[in-house]
Every structure is written in structure tokens, then in C-alpha cells.
Design a protein around this ligand. Structure first.
Ligand SMILES: Nc1ncnc2c1ncn2[C@@H]1O[C@H](COP(=O)(O)OP(=O)(O)OP(=O)(O)O)[C@@H](O)[C@H]1O
Length: 259
């Protein structure tokens, strides 16, 4: 391409997501400052459709802030977010949900006074016609192993069941991108293994891209395609779990010398 012609743009298109790309999400120069503290610092991040990415990093590294910027819970100080072929930087949260970005927060946020089926009805009524409610509810309950708890009040479920219900509610929205903040915190070994299987299925079988914030490196090892390490709000390293686990600098800042 002739670079001397001033009308020819040589810079690549900024939004590399969309129908002609396997990329579902991308951020460019994403920044969030709280007063003098920069919680997200010039982050260029990219995610492929159907990829399962874990975000790790020390406390205060900016992991939750980064997810909050993706959901629209926080507004960036600078930078752009591109998702599925569109610049969504200025979109409110509910419009991002409608476009297929679902979030499961760290603390279970099911409606404790409603039954399991009643909880599922809330997201389902946004995406499914009323005559399809029952069939779709049953499908989700089966998949998330909650069929026997259909009429149980959500406040009476175990912590693991609540986490599964909440992932089921997020999946009821038929997302293309699922964001999870520490989905296995406080769960038993068996409950953790169940969630690991579910998340792998969601990425592999449904083709949903997943970003998981996680502290438990053994859990990260079981599920992640790739790992992004944040430190001080910036991307410190990115790579396969093997690369990340054996990286001496990552060990120093995060994993501890004994890992
Ligand atoms: N609303 C806010 N106002 C001011 N500072 C904030 C706010 N939210 C986060 N911070 C600060 O931004 C930095 C990044 O916080 P963030 O919660 O994103 O980190 P994290 O990696 O998710 O940490 P953790 O692993 O402890 O949950 C921290 O120094 C935190 O104190």
C-alpha cells in the first residue's frame, strides 16, 4: 500500500470485533481513575469468542474494576470498549445485557424470597415468550442440576446451589460473554469441580466467551484457556497457564515463591 498518499489510512481499524472476526471483545487504552488512584491503567485486552480467560492478580490489582467497566457499572476515565462489532463504551448496563453481556457477581445475588423457578423467570422474561417459559426453565434447571429444587425458596439453597442458580440466571439471558467474579469462593471441593465442569461446557459447547476473576490458581489451571495477570491496574503478563505458572516475575508478585 502506498504510504505517501495522505488519503490512504494505514492504521488498522480500531474495532477488531464483529462478524468478520473471531474476536468478541476488545479494549483500547482503557483507564479508570478514582481521584489520584489509577485502578485500570491503559488496558488493551482482547478475547476470542468461546474463550475462557482467567484474570488473576494481587489484591487491589484492578480485576473487579476492569469487569465493572465491561458491564457498564463504572464509566471509564479514558479508552474504548468494543464488543461484537460495536463501540459500547458509552452504553448503559441494561443495553449491554440486551446485547449479550451477562455478569455473575462475587456475592450471590439471587432473590432469596423467591423460588428457584421464580428467580429464573426474571431473566427469562427478557428473552423468551411466555409460552416457552416452562420448557426453557426446565432445560436450565436440568442443566444446572436444580430440578429437584424448582419450588425451593432460593434463600434455603446451599451456597453451591445458589452459585449454580446464579450462573443459570446469567445463562438464561443467552449471553455471548459471561463475566464471573470469584464463582467458587467458599465452595467445597465437589461444588468447585461442578462449577469448573459447567464453565468449560459453557465455553466449549455454547461458544460463550467467559472471563473469570479467580484467586485459586489450581481452579484456574482446571478451566482456563489463557490467563491474564493484572498488577497495579495494568496487564502484567498474558499466556497459557503453564507460561504464567512458571513465570518467575508472576511468582514474585502473585503466586508466592513456594508455588
Ligand atoms: N469506588 C472506588 N473508589 C475508590 N477507589 C476504589 C474504588 N473501587 C476500587 N478502588 C481502588 O482501586 C484499586 C483496584 O481495586 P479492585 O477492587 O478493582 O482490585 P481487585 O484486583 O479486584 O482486588 P481484590 O482481589 O482485592 O478484589 C484498589 O486500590 C481499590 O482500593
Amino acid at each position: 500500500m502506498a504510504t505517501s498518499d495522505p488519503t490512504v489510512k494505514t492504521a488498522p481499524a480500531v474495532d477488531e470485533t464483529g462478524p468478520d472476526s473471531s474476536r468478541i471483545l476488545q479494549t483500547r487504552g482503557l483507564r479508570k481513575a478514582f481521584g489520584g488512584l489509577t485502578a485500570t491503567d491503559d488496558v488493551d485486552f482482547a478475547l476470542e469468542a468461546g474463550e475462557l480467560r482467567c484474570l488473576i492478580g494481587p489484591n487491589g490489582a484492578g480485576k473487579s474494576t476492569f469487569l465493572d467497566l465491561l458491564t457498564g457499572r463504572l464509566e471509564p476515565t479514558a479508552g474504548k470498549i468494543y464488543y461484537d462489532g460495536a463501540d459500547i463504551t458509552g452504553l448503559p448496563s441494561h443495553e449491554r445485557v440486551d446485547r449479550g453481556i451477562s455478569m455473575k457477581f462475587q456475592v450471590p445475588s439471587v432473590y432469596e424470597g423467591l423460588t428457584v423457578a421464580g428467580n429464573l423467570r426474571i431473566p427469562l422474561q427478557r428473552v423468551v415468550e411466555p409460552d416457552a417459559f416452562d420448557a426453557r426453565t426446565r432445560e436450565i434447571l436440568e442443566r444446572f442440576d436444580l430440578l429437584a429444587e424448582r419450588e425451593t425458596v432460593a434463600g434455603e439453597l446451599s451456597h453451591g446451589q445458589q452459585q449454580r442458580l446464579e450462573i443459570g440466571m446469567a445463562m438464561a439471558m443467552e449471553p455471548n460473554l459471561l463475566l464471573l467474579d470469584e464463582p467458587v469462593a467458599g465452595l467445597s471441593v465437589e461444588e468447585t469441580a461442578d462449577i469448573a465442569d459447567l464453565l468449560r461446557e459453557i465455553a466449549d459447547d455454547d461458544g460463550v466467551a467467559v472471563i473469570v476473576i479467580e484467586h485459586d490458581i489450581d481452579f484456574v489451571e482446571t478451566i482456563a484457556d489463557r490467563v491474564t495477570v493484572l498488577d497495579g491496574g495494568s496487564i502484567f503478563r498474558e499466556g497459557s497457564i503453564e507460561e504464567i505458572r512458571t513465570d518467575p516475575e508472576v511468582k514474585r508478585i502473585y503466586l508466592g515463591e513456594d508455588r
